[in-house]
Design a protein around this ligand. Structure first.
Ligand SMILES: Cc1cc2nc3c(=O)[nH]c(=O)nc-3n(C[C@H](O)[C@H](O)[C@H](O)COP(=O)(O)OP(=O)(O)OC[C@H]3O[C@@H](n4cnc5c(N)ncnc54)[C@H](O)[C@@H]3O)c2cc1C
Length: 407
């Protein structure tokens, strides 16, 4: 096992005794990440989506980890998924983003809101990597303000007809199912979540976004819905209550991103330490120059500062999931997950930047192990709630009622 990953496991054990299943999840994640590393590096250099994600996650049983045994998973709990994203984050955020949308967002939404039919059709195959999920909330004119969405549904007899565009959708062109959010044409405000197959008539991939400034190995697509027909059975949660589905999914999703960011910090630190211990300038190892030591010390501090809000939020979230209708608990989770994401993503970006600095000129290249970490970590401060939106949530959580950021 990677030295700093096993150190991380020891650190968790200071606040939580890992179960056998969680330990097993960590071992599997470690082996799987080890196996993925070569192809991830190559596909990153080529700016290609990595097709091995599904195969590797399926081979090591990673999809099913937090899914209950009843639906084909191993019931290993949320912390297992955190450990997976943390370990893979050492390679960059491509796999953690893929896994986040499938598991932290997709599986958790189905487990909480899905009917038995939806769970059979989607959650069970997902547990074995046989169905990939995407989450379609963002639109060209509705990002931080998702309720401004323009995708609509109209009722035609017993059917719902959806039209619109979804943009920047992770797994968008590789997914089998997608959770799509649309607004009632009739009243112009009720938002409903639909779980639909991507192979349905009326669904198409308009564009793959290849021109990102990082995250090359993760699929990002723009999707078009043109008279897509859905049934009542496709509604996820209650009609008109789609934003409850969206917000609960993002609580979990933010933990997935924070976990990947811990991995980015671990990867940055590991790479910087090895460079500092072998590169000689001015007659000595650069690790013996105190200004380089400061970068190393700051990265180690960042790791410590990112771990606790993330682990403690994940442990609280596991408790919360037993009673998700408790309003006070929901507010606490909103605050804790925003803290975890905001802190971990900022520190990941800062750590990757420091690692590039320790590497010098070679670090400003995708050939160095720090290049992907630097390019990928920037997006963690944007997707699933920008830094600014997280700050508003944190302030709201601290100031309390009457200080809500949004009506
Ligand atoms: C690689 C990638 C993958 C993604 N995957 C998905 C996905 O799978 N599914 C999905 O639905 N979306 C996805 N997104 C979209 C992502 O969640 C949005 O980009 C994000 O929510 C921000 O929305 P926006 O880009 O429209 O920015 P905007 O909302 O236009 O924000 C622009 C700036 O204004 C600030 N701002 C906005 N409102 C306020 C306010 N009230 N107060 C202060 N500042 C404010 C923002 O913080 C930001 O700095 C993805 C994005 C990327 C880049």
């Amino acid at each position: 096992m990677e030295e700093n990953f096993s150190a991380a496991l020891k650190d968790i054990e200071r606040i939580h005794k890992l179960s056998e299943k969680e330990m097993r999840a960590a071992e599997l994640a470690d082996q799987a990440a080890e196996e993925l590393a070569g192809s991830e590096f190559q596909h990153y250099l080529n700016h290609e989506v990595n097709p091995d994600y599904i195969r590797i996650a399926e081979k090591y049983g990673l999809f099913g980890l937090p899914i209950s045994e009843e639906y084909g998973g191993s019931g290993s709990g949320l912390l297992s998924a955190v450990l997976v994203n943390q370990r893979f984050g050492q390679l960059g955020l491509g796999f953690p983003t893929f896994y986040d949308v499938n598991i932290f967002i997709g599986a958790s939404s189905l487990a909480r809101w899905g009917t038995e039919e939806q769970k059979s059709a989607c959650l069970k195959p997902l547990a074995h990597g046989k169905s990939i999920i995407a989450f379609g909330l963002t639109e060209p004119e509705a990002g931080s303000e998702p309720t401004a969405m323009k995708t609509t549904y109209t009722k035609e007899g017993s059917e719902y007809v959806l039209n619109g565009t979804k943009y920047l959708i992770t797994n968008g062109s590789i997914a089998d199912h997608i959770i799509i959010f649309a607004k009632s044409e009739e009243d112009g405000k009720s938002i409903t979540a639909f779980l639909v197959k991507t192979k349905e008539n009326g669904f198409s991939v308009e564009m793959n976004l290849h021109e990102k400034i990082g995250l090359f190995t993760s699929d990002t697509a723009m999707l078009r819905l043109e008279n897509l027909h859905a049934e009542k059975e496709n509604i996820l949660g209650e009609e008109g209550k789609g934003m409850h589905v969206a917000y609960s999914a993002l609580l979990n999703g933010r933990l997935g991103i924070a976990s990947g960011c811990i991995g980015v910090i671990e990867g940055s630190l590991k790479a910087a330490v090895s460079r500092a211990q072998e590169r000689v300038q001015h007659g000595k190892l650069i690790g013996k120059h105190q200004l380089i030591q400061r970068h190393i010390a700051e990265m180690r501090e960042n790791l410590e500062m990112a771990r606790w809000p993330t682990y403690s939020a994940a442990l609280r979230k596991s408790e919360y999931d037993k009673n998700p209708s408790d309003r006070t608990f929901t507010e606490e989770m909103d605050l804790r997950t925003a803290l975890a994401k905001k802190i971990a993503s900022r520190l990941a970006f800062e750590s990757a930047d420091r690692a590039v600095q320790v590497y010098g000129g070679f670090g400003y290249s995708l050939l160095a192990p720090v290049g992907a970490l630097f390019c990928d970590s920037r997006v963690s401060r944007i997707y699933e709630g920008t830094d600014e939106i997280m700050e508003l949530k944190i302030a709201e959580g601290v100031l309390g009622k009457g200080f809500e950021a949004f009506e």
